[in-house]
Design a protein around this ligand. Structure first.
Ligand code: DLZ
Length: 198
């Protein structure tokens, strides 16, 4: 079968998610495929040592409901990153185009507005074969979404100082912060351990 570019091309460094909490919001539309994707995400979370008790999962009817549900969860302050999971399959009308556009922009906006990493775990496929090629055991995009959620949660922790520079996303922010740490010297360019972007 032509997988039409289905293979994942992203590599992840080793991620320690033992101190982070992840929210999963999944759709009940295309239930079977979405369940496979969520299973893939959970496999990645387990590999990253995210405690099962630190995974909150809930569902909404369809992909259109994902952005608002994600915003409400982000505003609750109970999770460090959110995975939205859904499958949109093109039909005979323009519905697919409108929903894809609204959902992708909506999910992006939630992350930007709430400073909570929100993973775009929505497959937008032309047919079911494309869905299967992206949610099956050996190539499950949900797995990448799980790793991405942990990486972004760690990244936010580094950037805000919440991780105390101990755990990293692999992007080096915490290292940069640690290099600049010099106590309360008051010297220009020096500062106490804190947000780690520079
Ligand atoms: C209505 C609809 C259709 C036609 N297709 C999908 C789909 O492929 N995937 C999905 O997640 N949801 C679909 N929906 C439901 C909408 O996302 C939404 O739940 C309803 O329009 C109610 O707001």
């Amino acid at each position: 079968m032509n997988k039409q570019g289905a293979e994942s091309e992203v590599a992840f460094s080793e991620l320690d998610g033992s101190d982070i909490r992840i929210g999963i919001i999944r759709t009940r539309w295309n239930d079977e495929h979405v369940t496979n994707l969520v299973d893939g995400a959970k496999k990645a979370l387990k590999e990253c040592k995210v405690d099962e008790d630190n995974i909150f999962e809930t569902s909404v009817p369809g992909a259109f409901e994902l952005p608002l549900a994600a915003k409400l969860l982000a505003m609750s302050g109970t999770v460090d990153a959110i995975i939205t999971a859904g499958v949109l399959i093109k039909g005979d009308t323009m519905h697919f185009e409108y929903i894809c556009d609204a959902v992708s922009k909506g999910i992006m906006n939630v992350g930007i507005q709430t400073n909570t990493p929100v993973i775009f775990g929505v497959l937008t496929c032309l047919n079911e074969d494309q869905v299967i090629a992206r949610s099956s055991a050996d190539n499950n995009h949900g797995y990448d979404w799980g790793k991405t959620a942990v990486e972004m949660a760690l990244l936010k922790g580094e950037a805000t100082g919440a991780m105390g520079g101990k755990k990293g996303s692999g992007m080096g922010f915490a290292t940069a912060a640690a290099l600049e740490t010099s106590g309360s010297s008051g010297e220009p360019g020096k500062r106490d351990k804190g947000p780690g972007f520079f």
